[in-house]
Design a protein around this ligand. Structure first.
Ligand code: DUC
Ligand code: ZN
Ligand code: ZN
Ligand code: ZN
Length: 484
């Protein structure tokens, strides 16, 4: 079976050029003029781009007394509808659970995926077992990224000695560290104070997590990563203080990457002051939406290259689940959806406004993260030999985002009413057409796990630092006598 995509413009992270793309057995086998295949897809007026990779999703995630409502089936269907052809979910061990047992639970859930996927491992507790399991996870399971929560005290949070131990181990294994950077101790105290003062509504969620808690934790994680000699990926960067710390680190030669979310780029804190409780609660996520100053900083970071990847943190809860927090904002399950909307929203607000080029769009939604996660060029590329995970992007196709027509399993959409221009005409997962002009043709279970070997990346700033300051005893004479 062969498929040829004809009459389009190939758009990659570095080039745009006219060519047909031939796909055989799920892989790109030829790129050039006048190609022929059994099946033809017409890309007239469209861009042929690498499918999107969303490196930050939580599908069927056990969290805050419930499970996020999009699972690997509905979540990947939503992704494909919006041009995303690979997702990376976070495997979350329970306290005391071995990392390998946690992976088994994630393996079971992910068999229903409609597109390819991978896992990051979360380090939710620390001990000898975790230290030992890490090697197996990296070397035998093909997982090279490990996330640490600096927030969610009493649940997922790790403290600084655990963080430093974990980072050092990851450095030895050639793996990359990730952080959810908010100071969980400060958040817990602010939350208790707000509730005690009668601030129980969803707007208090934003007050309990000001940008300083994120700036502090981001900087702390960067400094600890530097001392441990591990590359660091900071998820959901939402504010100038966190961006500033990342910018500075990169300028100093550290391997640090920042990931803003499409929600923080396009929605602001005014959502929490909406008179309808449900409207505000549906938008409760951590970190919370911010003001325009922070949004401008995130856009500037993407435009200048100090921020590298746009993700979603897709973690969808129904209105009914959000209502667990009526009378106490701290019980509102944290999370918003975005998988289906990330690419159309970024195109509309990024390419459509002239902030970013189509090539930069490809870099931010696919190629950069494929390189960071070490699955490039299998993913994130339009190259002979790459997986045919492709999106045929129609820059003229438009719609108004609405929960009524979305693939996600929840009953609302945080982007409801937003107009987008730029959408998939076709989405292909390993050569198979999953979306064809709005028609959903996904196949449950088609998705395969993507193994990712450890990176050879070194933290250059740290290796310099080590050479300069490696501990060595100083020879001294004239040592004073001790004792009495
Ligand atoms: N933030 C959320 O809003 N949801 C899931 C986890 C997280 O860190
Ligand atoms: Zn997080
Ligand atoms: Zn997350
Ligand atoms: Zn909009």
């Amino acid at each position: 079976m062969s498929t040829v995509i004809k009459n389009g413009t190939v758009v990659t992270a570095d080039l745009s050029y006219e060519a047909d793309v031939l796909i055989e057995n799920g892989v790109i086998t030829e790129i050039g003029p006048n190609l022929k295949g059994n099946e033809t897809l017409d890309a007239t007026g469209c861009y042929i781009m690498p499918g999107g990779i969303d490196p930050h999703v939580h599908l069927e995630m056990p969290f805050m007394g419930t499970y996020s409502s999009d699972d690997f089936e509905s979540g990947t269907r939503a992704g494909l509808a919006g041009g995303t052809t690979m997702v990376v979910d976070f495997c979350l061990p329970n306290q005391g659970e071995s990392l390998l047992d946690a992976i088994k639970r994630w393996d079971n859930k992910s068999t229903r995926a409609n597109c390819d996927y991978s896992f990051h491992m979360a380090v939710t507790w620390w001990g000898e077992q975790v230290f030992n399991d890490m090697q197996t996870v990296v070397q035998q399971r093909g997982i090279n990224t490990f996330k640490h929560f600096l927030a969610y005290k009493g649940a997922l949070m790790v403290n600084d000695d655990e963080l430093f131990s974990s980072f050092k181990r990851l450095s030895e294994l050639g793996a990359t560290a990730m952080v959810h950077a908010e100071n969980g101790d400060v958040v817990a105290e602010m939350t208790a104070k707000l509730l005690a003062e009668g601030n129980t509504g969803p707007e208090a969620h934003a007050y309990s997590r000001p940008s300083q808690v994120e700036g502090e934790a981001t900087n702390r994680a960067i400094m600890i990563a530097d001392m441990a000699g591990v590359p660091l990926y900071v998820v959901h960067v939402s504010c100038e203080e966190a961006h500033e710390a990342i910018r500075r680190a990169r300028q100093n030669g550290k391997r640090v990457w920042g990931e803003p979310l499409i929600q923080h780029l396009t929605l602001d804190e005014s959502e929490y002051f909406h008179p309808d409780w449900d409207h505000a609660a549906r938008r409760v996520m951590s970190p919370p939406f911010r003001n325009k100053k922070h949004q401008d900083s995130l856009w500037a970071g993407l435009m200048s290259g100090s921020l590298s990847v746009v993700a979603t943190d897709h973690c969808a809860f129904t209105t009914e689940q959000k209502r667990f927090g009526v009378g106490d904002f701290s019980q509102i399950p944290n999370g918003t959806g975005g998988l289906e909307d990330r690419m159309p929203m970024l195109w509309t607000h990024g390419v459509g406004t002239g902030r970013i080029t189509p090539n930069e769009f490809v870099a931010m939604t696919s190629t950069n993260i494929a390189k960071i996660l070490n699955c490039y060029p299998k993913k994130g590329a339009v190259l002979v030999g790459a997986d045919a995970d492709l999106v045929v992007w129609d820059p003229e196709k438009s719609k108004t985002i609405s929960a009524d027509s979305q693939q996600s399993a929840i009953d609302y959409n945080v982007f409801e009413g937003h107009e987008v221009k730029g959408m998939p005409r076709f989405t292909l997962t390993r050569g198979q057409v999953a979306i064809s002009d709005g028609e959903v043709k996904t196949q449950e279970g088609h998705g395969k796990f993507v193994e990712r070997a450890p990176n050879a990346t070194v933290n250059r700033a740290l290796s310099q630092w080590k050479e300069l300051t490696a501990p060595r005893p100083v020879e001294r004479s004239g040592i004073p006598a001790t004792g009495v």
